[in-house]
Design a protein around this ligand. Structure first.
Ligand SMILES: [Zn+2]
Length: 297
């Protein structure tokens, strides 16, 4: 039965008297959109979808309107790398370096994201309007992304967290559903709260199974924090959105310098560039390139 697609959104909540903050998201549409523009294989869709879901929730944590958070994985596995970025309105964009990776599953029905990513590093860069963006980097724990982010939050942010991320890819390689949660302990969390939360987290099914059961972000948080004074703060929409424009691409072309531009004009007499994040194509004629050359150093 064909179900009507509901809009993607994030629920923000607190629990245990504010000593826990929690986020849960449903992101099936934006992951499906990313799959369509990047033509990702199932395992690449899952890896990118998990990253986009995490970035959406981390975007919703940003305080300033113009703040940005970027997550980068550089790795030795066949995917090579993933870059995703989110703004404070939880608008996300992202891509994988090798979108057509196909590797066998280790367990039936579970895509082997960890092996596709392989060993490497995860960087989180928060641009919060300071001179230098704040950046933290960790070595990947498993390449499964949720585990790596859990380790990142503990190491770099000193915030004990539980991260669950899931992407369900259908047999026709479309995205059936995607989503996840981030639960964080604030410094005033009591031992009792911590052990209660740990017990709950050990009991709940995998995120992909929760999504498969049709659980909403509200229901997932209810399952984990329902008996810990869960308070839903708000619900915000999330979507795939790229802010690229011809103007931005022009700036990038100017910044490569006179010599490089002269070479392009002499050899190709035109330029065709595409945005890594959304795949949009930008064409430049010889005249346009010559105008940019006048501005380059
Ligand atoms: Zn773009």
């Amino acid at each position: 039965m064909q179900q009507e697609k509901k809009q993607d959104y994030i629920i923000r909540a607190t629990a245990a008297n504010g000593s826990i903050r929690a986020f849960a998201a449903t992101t099936g549409n934006l992951v499906q959109y990313a799959r369509q523009i990047h033509h990702t294989s199932p395992v690449a869709s899952a890896a990118l979808g998990r990253m986009l879901t995490a970035a959406a929730m981390m975007g919703s944590m940003l305080k300033g309107d113009k703040d940005l958070v970027t997550l980068q994985i550089r790795s030795l596995g066949p995917l090579k790398g993933i870059v995703v970025s989110a703004d404070a309105q939880a608008r996300v964009k992202g891509y994988v370096f090798q979108p057509n990776v196909d590797i066998p599953s280790k367990y039936p029905g579970k895509l082997d994201v960890g092996s596709a990513v392989g060993e490497g590093y995860l960087s989180v860069i928060r641009d919060i309007g300071m001179k230098e963006p704040y950046a933290g980097r960790i070595q990947l724990v498993s390449g499964e992304i949720a585990e790596d982010l859990t380790y990142y939050f503990a190491q770099s942010d000193q915030t004990p967290s539980a991260v669950g991320l899931g992407v369900l890819v259908d047999t026709d390689t479309s995205i059936r559903c995607a989503g996840g949660f981030i639960i964080q302990l604030m410094p005033d969390a009591t031992e009792d709260t911590i052990s209660k939360l740990e017990t709950k987290l050990n009991q709940i099914p995998y995120v992909t199974d929760l999504l498969d059961m049709g659980k909403s972000p509200e229901e997932i948080l209810e399952m984990i924090l329902g008996d810990m004074e869960l308070k839903i703060i708000d619900k915000m929409p999330t979507e795939f959105y790229c802010n690229c424009s011809k103007e931005r691409v022009e700036k990038a072309l100017i910044s490569i310098g006179k010599e490089e531009l002269e070479k392009i004009i002499a050899e190709d007499k035109q330029a065709n560039l595409h945005c890594h994040f959304c795949g949009k194509e930008y064409d430049f004629t010889e005249e346009e390139l010559k105008a940019l050359l006048a501005e380059a150093k």
